[in-house]
Design a protein around this ligand. Structure first.
Ligand code: NAD
Length: 387
């Protein structure tokens, strides 16, 4: 019987969990045994008793789970916990599924490889139609976009909607969203539902229609060639283009009350869309929420998990906003993980991953002692070359 372990997340501020009573029940139906560390669902409001009722066994501490499980389900990447690295605790041949952020911790990747772990990194999952149920980047980005608008609304000294009151009219707030991927589109929809006027900048002309269908106004950019790169993502634009984009967007920022930035280019630092000078030209009392802060930020002045005020403009750089809505974030994340786990099983419920399957091949980080993801392997090799 395949044993699946769900540890309590240890990363500071991580409130989510990689399985819920719902997915434990679905795993049991497939003949899998679940072992849940006590308190794993506490921060996301899934009680130990509910996991037990769904068929899980509770583990008082994580040690047994890490070393005996055939599959470990995580949210955040394995980390150093009380002097020992979680990545070194899995048994040889075990499977690990989670956000593994391989670019951030090469030592973790090395430990997974040398420990013979078959690790699937959800951020590497190909964005193909068949992978949609497993697309944890999307389910979590959508929450992030939604929460970013609520955060901005909470901190704004004014209403978002147009209001006609006995004391007169209040004009609607103006929200600028930069980057209309999954997070950006949800931010647009949320800001519109709250009644704001929403303007949007993206380098992918293809999103213009989506933006307009949500009621946003698309800010046209002078694109000499398509901003679309591989796999439907944006490509890296040159500094000349970014300068021109900043000039155009500046006018919109100067009139904005809230700005949500989500612009990313895969494998590259976040494009710099708002300079310190542009912030200083904004209205005092306005709020910037920079969701690209972990990749270096779209705003020159943002910093991870810090609040910065410049000339009366509040700049927020939340690095893990999905964790601010842990119940639904875990519900969706656990379903994504379960969908991927199902793909690893044969009809008898035994682990039999077809590593030629494009979804599994695309998200495979380490396997059989090797780092399989080429860009990560190259970075590790570079690290090993003596200076
Ligand atoms: P992302 O997080 O990589 O980037 C966010 C947005 O930033 C993108 O819209 C990008 O075009 C934009 N951007 C980059 N540089 C910019 C700049 N200089 N100025 C303004 N905006 C800039 O994107 P994502 O949310 O992961 O989505 C990427 C694509 O994948 C989208 O087309 C999305 O619809 C698609 N997608 C497909 C599936 C699927 O079919 N399974 C699932 C999810 C997403």
């Amino acid at each position: 019987m395949v044993k699946v372990f769900i540890p309590r997340e240890r990363r500071p501020g991580e409130t989510r969990v990689a399985a819920t009573p719902e997915t434990v029940r679905r795993m049991a139906k497939l003949g899998l045994e679940s072992l849940v560390e006590r308190g794993a669902g506490e921060a996301s409001l899934f009680r130990d008793a509910d996991f037990e009722a769904a068929g899980a066994r509770l583990a008082a501490d994580a040690g047994e789970g890490w070393k005996s499980a055939d599959v470990v389900l995580k949210v955040a990447p394995p980390d150093l916990v009380e002097g020992s690295h979680e990545a070194g605790r899995l048994k040889h041949g075990a499977v690990l599924i989670g956000f593994l952020a391989p670019h951030r911790d090469l030592e973790m990747v090395r430990l997974l490889a040398t420990g013979g772990v078959t690790a699937f990194a959800l951020e590497l999952l190909p964005r193909v139609t068949r992978a949609q149920p497993m697309d944890a980047l999307s389910s979590q980005a959508s929450i992030t976009g939604y929460k970013a608008v609520l955060l901005a609304a909470w901190r704004l000294p004014k209403y978002l909607p147009l209001l006609m009151t006995a004391a007169g009219t209040i004009k609607p707030a103006r929200v600028v969203v930069m980057g209309a991927g999954v997070a950006g589109l949800q931010a647009i929809a949320t800001a519109k539902r709250l009644g704001a006027v929403v303007e949007v900048s993206d380098v992918r002309q293809a999103v213009k229609e989506q933006v307009e269908s949500l009621g946003g106004r698309f800010i046209e950019l002078p694109l000499a060639e398509s901003g679309e790169g591989q796999g439907g993502y944006a490509r890296e634009m040159g500094e000349d283009f970014l300068r021109r984009q900043r000039e155009i967007v500046q006018r919109h920022l100067a009139a904005a009350d809230a700005v949500i930035t989500t612009a990313l280019v895969p494998g590259k630092p976040a494009p710099r869309l708002i300079t310190a000078e542009m912030v200083r030209a904004m209205r005092p009392g306005s709020v910037i929420v920079d969701l690209a802060v972990e990749q270096g930020g779209n705003c020159e002045l943002s910093a991870p998990d810090r609040e910065i005020t410049e000339n009366g403009v509040l700049i927020l750089g939340p690095s893990n906003l999905a964790a601010a809505m842990p119940h639904d974030a875990s519900l969706l994340y656990a379903r994504n993980v379960f969908a991927l786990l199902q793909l690893l099983l044969d009809k008898e419920g035994k682990l039999a991953p077809d590593l030629n399957d494009e979804i599994l091949a695309g998200s495979l980080l380490t396997h059989a002692g090797a780092v399989v993801h080429r860009p990560t392997a190259e970075r590790l090799n570079l690290q090993e070359v003596p200076a």
